[in-house]
Design a binder for this molecule. Structure first.
Ligand SMILES: *[C@@H]1O[C@H](CO)[C@@H](O)[C@H](O)[C@H]1NC(C)=O
Ligand SMILES: *[C@@H]1O[C@H](CO)[C@@H](O)[C@H](O)[C@H]1NC(C)=O
Ligand SMILES: *[C@@H]1O[C@H](CO)[C@@H](O)[C@H](O)[C@H]1NC(C)=O
Ligand SMILES: *[C@@H]1O[C@H](CO)[C@@H](O)[C@H](O)[C@H]1NC(C)=O
Ligand SMILES: *[C@@H]1O[C@H](CO)[C@@H](O)[C@H](O)[C@H]1NC(C)=O
Length: 259
């Protein structure tokens, strides 16, 4: 008997065998948190972003509080206090977030004077930075410390702008200033700026590095066990989403800890 003339009963038996073996797979649907958090985030030039970051398609339980990314016109942004920081790069291995002040991206004459301020609960400044101090409307004389640079038109008022490539001790001499703003830049950019004031926009756009503090080891152990890193918003702690259920640590048996 050739294979294409199997009796109908054999075909039926094969059909039921197929259905029976498929049923368990259909029943064991992945935990939706596992599937959701397995997705990475992409916004403009920033891609393949995962834990501890969340936002867009990654729901809040996929990352830690304080690591929300927004995507505005294909620009990834993170809010820290009053600052909107443009995300330039994320290095998960070194836990480095490279950002630039959004309000200084297209110029150095912002309509509002806001100092740089970061969320120290989760971040520290990188080690290769220098603070640029920008003085607005002080009428400062040119000294070796300052570069009197240019005029800004802010709210229709012409304002002189000068800068120091270091952290300045702001004393009463500066009480006449309309505003003083501190912005971190790379050490190399500050050195360029000391030689050539025309590099100021490049220095500001170059941004600065922040190191994040989230424990990467627990996430690595979770991933190594085929889990997906996430956050338990009830206990405010790390959680490892396994394909069937969450675990406090890894997806390796014996697992324990659910919520
Ligand atoms: C995406 O990120 C993960 C973890 O950070 C890494 O292992 C993987 O190689 C990255 N993939 C691409 C395409 O960059
Ligand atoms: C410019 O005007 C806006 C709106 O009135 C105000 O919030 C802002 O502080 C002003 N900026 C400066 C530098 O005075
Ligand atoms: C920014 O910080 C400097 C130095 O700490 C301070 O003198 C200045 O007033 C601050 N500027 C604003 C806008 O808060
Ligand atoms: C820049 O100034 C801030 C406070 O405004 C300070 O916390 C930080 O350590 C300074 N960074 C450098 C590189 O001096
Ligand atoms: C800034 O404006 C003042 C007044 O209009 C002018 O005297 C000065 O030369 C300007 N400075 C620069 C650097 O453009």
């Amino acid at each position: 008997m050739s294979s294409h003339s199997l009796p109908i009963s054999s075909l039926l038996a094969l059909f039921f065998l197929f259905v029976l073996t498929r049923v368990p797979t259909i029943l064991s649907v992945d935990d939706p948190r596992y599937s959701t958090c397995r997705e990475t985030l992409t916004c403009g030039s920033v891609s393949n972003i995962s834990y501890p970051f969340w936002g867009l398609n990654r729901l809040s339980y996929c990352g830690q509080p304080g690591f929300e990314l927004r995507c505005e016109n294909d620009v990834a942004e993170i809010m820290m206090n009053e600052n909107t920081l443009r995300v330039l790069d994320i290095d998960p291995e070194r836990q480095i977030l490279k950002v630039a002040r959004e309000d200084y991206w297209n110029g150095y004459c912002p309509t509002k004077f806001i100092n740089t301020s970061i969320n120290y609960d989760h971040f520290n400044y990188g080690s290769n930075l220098r603070n640029l101090t920008l003085f607005y409307g002080c009428n400062l004389p040119t000294t070796p410390t300052f570069t009197v640079f240019t005029n800004c038109s802010i709210n229709n008022t012409l304002t002189d702008m000068s800068y120091a490539t270091r952290n300045m001790l702001v004393d009463t001499r500066y009480s006449t200033c309309r505003g003083i703003v501190v912005v971190p830049v790379y050490e190399a950019a500050a050195k360029d700026l000391e030689v050539n004031p025309m590099t100021i926009q490049a220095a500001l756009r170059g941004g600065f590095e922040l190191q994040w503090k989230a424990d990467n080891d627990e996430c690595r152990r979770c991933r190594d066990s085929d889990g997906v890193c996430g956050y338990n918003q009830i206990s405010n702690s790390f959680t490892c989403f396994c394909s069937d259920k969450p675990s406090e640590t890894t997806c390796l048996p014996p697992t324990e800890g659910t919520f």
